[in-house]
Design a protein around this ligand. Structure first.
Ligand SMILES: Cc1cc2nc3c(=O)[nH]c(=O)nc-3n(C[C@H](O)[C@H](O)[C@H](O)COP(=O)(O)O)c2cc1C
Length: 216
């Protein structure tokens, strides 16, 4: 089995958010898929350890913000690498409140609101089946694909994402991995070698310093 085959699957980039009893949660996902068109339903895979999973199960509803190529890497880092259990992710983010749901609307293309109609338990993840109850086209911006995120923002997926790849299993040399977010700095493709980067250089994805990188 060559795991690279899975890398040929295409995805978009989204923030899923939910609120319950004055608690807000949200996380980046790349696994939003439309399942039916009449009475549209959507499926999303969310790790059982994500705080957003817990809040969605309690509220039984959620919002999906469809990110555009203009989305700031800081927004993706905040929603994709930190937990709503520890921080308020909506600080410094533009959002809209609809029916008590906080919906991220910073540089998005559209948003969709839906009710949970089924949850399918699959090992580490739950697949939430969502019946769409409202949706709005917010802009004509270009939707961000997962490939765009990888190629242009040099982003990766953390452990909880279904598309997580353990870079230790890949061949090669002169690669340095951020132990916080998994970002790989590859001397072969960058203009400056990792060892020559200034001491105040920060991980472009999660913002930690060079000391949080290990040689792979
Ligand atoms: C590009 C990207 C894609 C991701 N896709 C998913 C996904 O499809 N499902 C998932 O459960 N987590 C995914 N994640 C990971 C969650 O966003 C991450 O674990 C987040 O910190 C969970 O936050 P929470 O604890 O506030 O829910 C993804 C992260 C990134 C950066």
């Amino acid at each position: 089995m060559n795991i690279d085959a899975l890398r040929d699957l295409s995805y978009g980039m989204f923030i899923v958010s939910s609120s319950f009893n004055n608690e807000d949660a949200g996380c980046v996902v790349n696994t939003v898929t439309q399942i039916t068109s009449v009475n549209p339903t959507i499926a999303i895979s969310i790790n059982k350890d994500n705080y957003t999973n817990k809040i969605i199960k309690e509220s039984k509803r959620l919002a999906i913000s469809i990110l555009s190529t203009d989305t700031d890497i800081k927004t993706i880092s905040q929603f994709g690498y930190k937990s709503s259990k520890d921080i308020n992710k909506f600080i410094d983010i533009n959002y809209e409140i609809i029916n008590d749901l906080k919906i991220v609307n910073d540089n998005i293309c559209s948003y969709i609101i839906g009710d949970v109609v089924n949850i399918i338990n699959v090992d580490t993840h739950d697949i939430f089946i969502i019946r769409v109850v409202d949706m709005k086209k917010v802009s004509d911006k270009i939707p961000m694909t997962y490939k765009y995120y990888q190629d242009n923002l040099k982003g990766k997926s953390p452990k909880n994402a279904p598309t997580y790849v353990n870079e230790y299993n890949k061949e090669g040399h002169s690669r340095y991995k951020c132990i916080i977010c998994g970002y790989i700095y590859d001397d072969e493709v960058e203009e400056v070698k990792f060892s020559d980067l200034p001491d105040n250089w920060k991980c472009p994805v999660c913002g930690v310093g060079k000391d949080k990188f290990i040689k792979v």
